[in-house]
Design a protein. Structure first.
Length: 118
């Protein structure tokens, strides 16, 4: 059984940082999906996903981001990705995600890429 959990923290500029910990695969993707849906339902459409403590991601995990990106952008927000380990980034890179998503070296850089809340 793989271990995975998330935490969400709202930033002063209105961005919500979703931190991923553990292994994101077919068994745990629904947990991330639930977290992202709850974040959107809570009114946050400016998301930063913190990958600092994510050890592994599968294609099922990648699919979760594709589920939400269009609706978040239509609502005037975005999903920015940050602080990936090289082996996690290589999966995103292989599937062309750097073209679809902004990927930042640090969480602070990703949060700062959103303009201050109005």
């Amino acid at each position: 059984m793989t271990s995975f959990h998330t935490t969400t923290e709202k930033q002063p500029n209105g961005a919500c940082v979703i931190s991923l910990v553990g292994y994101l695969d077919a068994h745990t993707a629904s947990d991330l999906e639930r977290t992202m849906q709850e974040t959107i339902n809570g009114g946050c459409h400016r998301m930063v996903v913190n990958f600092t403590e994510l050890e592994y991601i599968s294609s099922a995990g990648l699919g979760v981001f594709m589920v939400f990106i269009e609706s978040v952008r239509k609502a005037g927000g975005d999903i920015k990705l940050a602080a990936m380990k090289e082996r996690v980034f290589s999966v995103f890179d292989l599937l062309g995600f750097p073209v679809l998503f902004e990927i930042h070296d640090t969480v602070h850089g990703a949060v700062s890429a959103f303009p201050d809340a109005q």
